[in-house]
Design a protein around this ligand. Structure first.
Ligand code: F6P
Length: 391
């Protein structure tokens, strides 16, 4: 693997920092929301209490010998981090560990009746069922008369800005949506993206999804458009193998989104039907690779995933967490070339992301200066800016 340039890895240990607030405030709030959403029994309440305590002062504990994914977590640095504070290990790792432990606490992996019950499902469902979703679907009717390129651009932006629909983020960023859909693109390589997907394409788009609901719906619409317009022949949609970061999409969320689309009137319903048919005949494939929930950067991806990304015409990584994993969860100087930190990626890659954490690369010096002048460093995390970067 070529040498990557380095910058400090983000840790959660510094009070006042964004990562610290996620570990110290957001995670306890998520535990209480989940606790309030299900009629859990005493065992789950006790386990959630223990997790709360662990969030505050605890150390990383080993997984029990019979945990189904113990070997995988050992490959993912669990032994190295065991006994250390959540605040001293890489923030990317401790956040991911939090979701793994939360699933344990509610019985997701257990043999009991709560096995496989998604603790975030009520929140994801509520978003999908919200009137705002109806309005977004109805707006598709207005796109029908547009030339294909304009329709494609609109759907690309729908998928991009759909990334603000992140329920974990909203717990501590109330009001971020009130800024409206500001056209605040801090980097825009969309021309390069379209040049990789010309009409008459016979290739495969890999879309690594992020959130369910109001992000996944526009992601699916974009895929439907690219297939219908002959810009790709196939699409592979990667989702999470288990509930993660509150709103991340699982296979069950894909099913919910497709039902929602199919039941909608007008253009949305037609897209839903086309997507359903494309899944049935194999033009769209859904994957839930274990590495999608790994606490690691993509530079450590396993060989099978590397081969899949290498064979794709383009891999689109959605969202903030995927961006952190793509470029490395480090405090890069913002003008660090995106190309340089993604050199290791085995094929053409695009990031579509709204900015919700400190990590950023690929800005021009002018753009960085303008952002800092207007907002100090708040632009990095307040979810009102977005980027399209291609390498
Ligand atoms: O859903 P997204 O765009 O990946 O955002 C999730 C982000 O939320 C956070 O939990 C905090 O913003 C980050 O850790 C993470 O990058």
């Amino acid at each position: 693997m070529p040498d990557l340039p380095t910058a400090p890895v983000l840790l959660g240990g510094e009070p006042g920092s964004f990562p610290h607030s996620v570990l110290a405030e957001r995670h306890p709030a998520i535990i209480e929301r989940v606790r309030g959403a299900f009629p859990y029994g005493p065992a789950q309440h006790r386990a959630l209490d223990a997790l709360l305590a662990n969030c505050a002062e605890g150390a990383v504990e080993p997984l029990p010998a019979d945990a189904p994914d113990r070997d995988r977590w050992l490959e993912w640095d669990l032994a190295e981090h065991t006994g250390r504070s959540w605040y001293d290990v890489p923030w990317l790792w401790s956040e991911s560990w939090f979701y793994r432990r939360l699933l344990d606490a509610v019985g997701w992996f257990g043999p009991g009746a709560w096995r496989g019950v998604d603790p975030f499902r009520p929140f994801k469902r509520a978003e999908l069922d919200a009137p705002e979703t109806d309005a977004e679907l109805a707006a598709l009717d207005g796109l029908r008369e547009l030339p294909e390129e304009e329709r494609g651009r609109a759907l690309l932006h729908g998928s991009l800005w759909g990334n603000r629909a992140d329920l974990g983020f909203r717990i501590s960023a109330a009001g971020a949506e009130a800024h409206g859909p500001a056209p605040a693109l801090v980097a825009d390589d969309s021309e390069a993206l379209w040049s990789l997907l010309p009409p008459g394409g016979t290739g495969t788009l890999v879309l690594v999804a992020d959130n369910a609901g109001r992000e996944l719906v526009p992601d699916l619409l974009l895929i439907a458009h690219l297939l219908a317009e002959g810009r790709i022949a196939r699409a592979v949609l990667h989702v999470k193998p288990y509930p993660y970061y509150v709103s991340d999409a699982t296979t069950a969320d894909v099913v919910d989104a497709l039902h929602r689309l199919r039941a909608a009137p007008g253009a949305a319903g037609a897209y839903g039907g086309a997507l359903w048919a494309a899944l049935a005949d194999g033009r769209i494939d859904v994957r839930a690779h274990p590495f999608s929930c790994a606490p690691l950067p993509y530079s450590r991806m396993p060989a099978d995933l590397r081969a899949e990304f290498a064979a794709a015409t383009l891999t689109v990584l959605k969202g903030d967490l995927n961006y952190r994993r793509l470029v490395g969860d480090r405090l890069w100087p913002p003008t660090t070339p995106f190309q340089r930190v993604t050199d290791y990626f085995p094929g053409p890659v695009a990031a579509l992301r709204t900015l919700k954490s400190d990590v950023i690369t690929g800005l021009s010096a002018d753009t960085e200066a303008a952002l800092v002048a207007a907002e100090d460093q708040r632009w990095r995390t307040n979810g009102t800016h977005a980027l399209i970067q291609v390498s």
